[in-house]
Design a protein around this ligand. Sequence first.
Ligand code: XMP
Length: 519
Amino acid sequence: MTETIVILDFGSPYSPLIARRVRESQVYAELLPWDTPESAVMAHNPEGFILSGCLRSALEPGAPVLPGYVIQSRRPILGIGSGMSALVLALGGRMTSTAAQKYDLHRVNIPCSSRILQVGDDPRVWMSCADRVDAVPEGFQILASAADCPIAALGDGNRDYYGLQFHPGLEFTPAGRQIIARFVRGVCQCSGDWTAQAIIDHAVRQVRTQVGDARVLSTVSGGVDSSVATALVSRAVGDQLSAVYVDTGLMRKDETQWVRKAFQDKLGANLHCVDAAETFFFNLQGITDPEAKRRVIGETFIRVFEATTHNLGDPPFLVQGTIYPDVIESRNLQQGDARPIKTHHNVGGLPEAMDFELVEPLQNLFKDEVRVVGEALGLPSELVWRQPFPGPGLAVRCLGEVTPGRVEKLRQADAIFTEELAHAGLLVYRQGEEKQGTAQAFAVLLPVKTVGMANNQRTYEEVIALRAVTTTDFMTADWARLPDELLARVAYRIVDEVQGVNRVVYDITSKPPGTIEWE
Ligand code: XMP
């Protein structure tokens, strides 16, 4: 059985980032709502527990509390933010609420080394001091303090219980990665068995058990997730798999030819290409609401597959490239803990009455893990390192009505932006490199017209927004500081070459508060 750290999610939007940190230490992390029944949690046989933070005070009535069985299990515990408060309260310590609310950058002092913090660790931390520890529980020591937060970390080395007032999951806490690694590899003594090969073996076994000798249908979009999911299932069931590529008419320039080449030439896969552009545009007529677009596209996808499957022996199983952040987001939606941000078409947009059972071999993986697995499976690196492209395609970048003409305008503008970025060597983002590229960069067509001029004549045409971000996890992102000359050249070319566009703007919003896509 894979070594597992269970993260009990107290509701912080940063909880998935803790799971990523644990996985970076090559240890499997399972993120579960804090009130998951004991039997479901203990079925994972956790080597240790992490209690994530929460957006509300741990002292408010009705706030999440530490379930009794966690202490009784005698496994190591790391509480973060409100998770630390819950640990302190459960063990008889005292907390107070203060007026300080917001997260901010602080510097901590670490007086002596412990198993999770060491003298010399980068002192910068991302912390909220809203709830403060007044009295530590018996057996605990103060491990770090800050100017306005005397107890920023605490621990009981005998029982292996630790608490951090600050958040180790964010890049704003540079030592966060090491702190989590020390907890899972040192305190919990995990050996680190969550490797690419282990992930593949695990997924292959699961897929074989799920599908037996039945036929499986896979949908390839050309994106990283659907490609890696297809390659994994192909490794598991070989010829039982039929891969289908649907040209929705919402793809990027030359995408269809590109996918065919990658799959047929490089993987030798049997790829069936279906041209369904007309159906998609027909169903999208008159729809401008972003969520309605996603629902229509999700439903149209399934209907097109259903129609295609008759020729392919009616496979009862359908492969989807759903990844872990999609699962977490949709679980939060179902629980009503978090407000819906967007319906990802491969999760929430599926129609109720579907003729397929889903096979989702990536549903426990983060994006960077998907890429590592893709490489280990031998997929071409240009495919594995491709920028992500949303399932609903250009439709969610074509704000307002999605018509063939508007999508073509957008496609041309997007191709110009991509071409110039590639030319400047900025199409791929590799953290830590001097010249930082982009994790995702694309054009968005706005449903607004503005006045401009060309050849001494007034023009009244649409606007293209350029969006480029740097990120590794896609859950938070910063806007890319692209060179002025590059932006100027892209703007000039778009207005010059794309008919019906007379203005280009650049999006300088980070995520949060913005999202990466505009819809
Ligand atoms: P947001 O816009 O939520 O996007 O910041 C985060 C990442 O998810 C991608 N995205 C999608 N991927 N189906 C997908 O497969 C979707 O419906 C979808 N919507 C957004 C987005 O491109 C970014 O990489």
